[in-house]
Write a protein that binds this ligand. Structure first.
Ligand code: NAD
Length: 290
């Protein structure tokens, strides 16, 4: 393999971590997939298995491709098994203190040569790197959702990130079929700096009663030629994640234009996080029943 990354540890087996593990395994990388418990990691792997079964049923991939990918993914509790990885990707919830703690943990367990990447949507790579003893080997590797479908990986260099870490991470992303852009380390990087104000504005429009969620999303889809409306995209991302990103943008860029609307904060407080909890700006439980 040209990128020399054979074994990857993915920490966090939610929608992003599981998607990243799937794509890596489908490109022949060995993956240890960790979460808070072995059970949680196994739930992540079960989701991958279900997605690959669907792809086989639709004739998109062969059964042998599914089996080979699944055989390369080992669910694990926390960072057990990360002692031999070439690169680790932190993909746990978007929380600064949690991510600092996990980066420290990865630094303690992973081999000295290993790259420590994070899939954070908004948190400073320099800050996360400073939580480790190897800031030159810390980098942002921001996959898009759903990972198996979306072509882009946004790579973010922290201030101390060295050229070799950048080159090896870009090579891995390209080797698993992705197109790379590189962003400087600034809150939200490039993609979420553009996306989150759009989602916030759509939610303000909803809050102010300009139209229904369907009106707003249809406006963006048919009026702006967006493949998804901003509110349905927010539900896909997770409203907790959108709110966490908006708060980082608002606090760190210090401009009120990034403030999150109350309607989003209240949905998160109610536990209506979007598709992952069956309810967000839309009600997916009803959709399943229909
Ligand atoms: P998610 O809620 O689906 O999954 C988060 C996972 O982290 C859960 O499985 C949770 O159990 C696990 N976790 C929490 N604490 C942990 C710990 N101490 N150790 C190990 N695992 C722990 O969230 P997600 O959508 O997969 O987002 C994960 C990361 O990816 C976030 O940083 C988010 O900003 C980023 N991201 C999300 C999207 C998106 O569209 N959802 C896109 C790009 C990047």
């Amino acid at each position: 393999m040209s990128d020399e990354i054979h074994k990857v540890g993915v920490l966090g087996a939610g929608q992003m971590g599981a998607g990243i593990a799937q794509v890596l395994a489908q490109h022949g990388r060995q993956v240890v997939l960790g979460d808070v418990s072995l059970d949680a990691a196994q739930v992540g792997k079960a989701g991958i298995s279900k997605r690959l079964d669907k792809a086989v049923a639709k004739g998109k991939i062969d059964g042998s491709v599914r089996d080979a990918a699944l055989s390369l993914i080992t669910p694990t509790a926390a960072v057990s098994g990360f002692e031999t990885v070439d690169l680790a990707i932190e993909a746990a919830s978007e929380d600064i203190e949690l991510k600092k703690k996990l980066m420290r943990q990865l630094d303690e367990v992973c081999p000295p040569r290993a790259i420590l990447a994070t899939n954070t949507s908004s948190i400073s790579i320099t800050l996360l790197g400073a939580a480790t003893m190897r800031p030159a080997q810390v980098i942002g590797m921001h996959f898009m959702n759903p990972v198996p479908v979306m072509k882009l990986v946004e790579i973010i260099r922290g201030l101390p990130t060295d050229d070799s870490t950048h080159a090896r991470t870009v090579a891995l992303a390209e080797a698993v079929g992705k197109t790379v852009i590189t962003s400087a380390d600034s809150p939200g990087f490039i993609v979420n700096r553009i996306l989150i104000p759009l989602i916030n504005e759509a939610a303000f429009a909803l809050q102010e009663g300009l139209g229904t969620a369907e009106d707003i999303d249809t406006g963006a889809k048919l009026g702006l030629n967006h493949p998804m409306g901003p509110l349905e995209l927010a539900d896909l991302i997770g409203l907790d994640t959108c709110l966490a990103i908006a708060d980082v943008l608002h606090q760190q860029l210090g401009d009120d234009k990034y403030r999150a609307p109350n309607v989003m904060r209240m949905h998160v407080a109610a536990g209506w996080l979007g598709r992952k909890t069956q309810r967000g700006f839309y009600n997916y439980a009803e959709e399943t029943r229909r």
